[in-house]
Design a protein around this ligand. Structure first.
Ligand SMILES: [Zn+2]
Length: 312
């Protein structure tokens, strides 16, 4: 046997082992049947890592006579392929449409698995993904590693409108900002089902590097006012109350006030990081890392507000 052939066989063996391991992992993720035609796959409430294959955000499958619509496709082609197979297995129909709630890579990097399938998002999400996609992809290859094999950028090609009819659902598309550049939430008024994207986190600390906190809080107020019966967050378990909306809002209000008070007292960012997160928020997954990111990305703007010009 030639060395080249042996090398090829070893590579094939490694790849099939990887495929086997990631499928077992994806199959182990909790799934919630919100309705017979609406299935939620819950990603781990963790940070990007090789051990979770990047499966850290929620994906939603909605069945109709036309086929299955996927909302958010995960972090890589491996996961997108698995979603495709899950749709076939669960609904006996292929995926024929994709929606991405926003431009963070854990919600759209699985798009490449859906070649030739129309993909929709807000105009801002599309613009952001076009400009930031390559950098985000490099970051994911570095943090998630082998599970990113074969993942290429597949930016959505269609702008989502203000309503969306799929099967028996008529969704109001709520296109707002707050969490990122161009968030979309879907709300089915008749059944009170809210697909919130990352505007709502459940049991996990909100991610804020691209956040406009004041806007985000306003958006959450308007989502809560719709009195949804079911909230499907971007991360964390499906919520059949509105507690996850309120918890996300309370965390953001706390963070805003905490950073504001610290800036007013001229607290050094290093000291703020050393102080860490108060006990009240320690139950949230990945709160230490997210708090650190919030200080790094947001604190200087608060400091600037309170920095007085020195009179000459
Ligand atoms: Zn996000």
């Amino acid at each position: 046997m030639s060395w080249l052939r042996l090398f090829g066989l070893i590579q094939l063996a490694l790849l099939s082992q990887l495929a086997w391991a990631n499928d077992v992992f994806f199959d182990s993720l909790p799934r919630t049947e919100v309705a017979p035609d609406l299935l939620v796959v819950e990603g781990r409430n963790e940070l990007f890592d090789a051990s979770n294959y990047g499966a850290i955000a929620n994906s939603i499958l909605i069945d109709s006579a036309r086929g299955v619509l996927v909302i958010d496709t995960g972090s890589n082609t491996l996961f997108g392929d698995w979603l495709q197979r899950l749709a076939e297995r669960h609904f006996n129909r292929p995926v024929v449409g994709v929606i991405n709630t926003h431009g963070h890579p854990d919600h759209w990097f699985g798009n490449a698995a859906f070649d030739g399938v129309p993909k929709l998002a807000t105009r801002q999400m599309i613009d952001y993904s076009r400009s930031a996609g390559s950098d985000l992809l490099n970051t994911l290859y570095a943090t998630v590693g082998d599970a990113m094999i074969g993942t290429q950028l597949a930016v959505p090609d269609l702008t989502i409108g203000s309503t969306l009819q799929w099967g028996r659902y008529l969704f109001e598309v709520i296109s707002l900002n707050g969490h990122s550049h161009g968030d979309a939430a879907l709300f089915d008024t008749e059944r009170g089902i809210l697909i919130a994207g990352d505007l709502v986190f459940n049991g996990r600390s909100p991610t804020t590097p691209h956040a406009d906190i004041a806007t985000w809080i306003q958006v959450l107020t308007s989502l809560e006012a719709r009195a949804p019966a079911v909230v499907i967050p971007g991360h964390g378990t499906v919520d059949r109350t509105t507690a996850s909306i309120r918890e996300t809002m309370r965390y953001l209000q706390w963070l805003d006030q905490y950073l504001r008070d610290a800036a007013q007292d001229a607290v050094d960012p290093a000291q703020l990081l050393a102080q860490g997160v108060p006990r009240e928020w320690r139950h949230l997954a990945v709160v230490d890392t997210e708090f650190e990111r919030s200080v790094i990305h947001l604190y200087s703007a608060y400091e600037a507000e309170y920095t007085k010009e020195v009179p000459r």
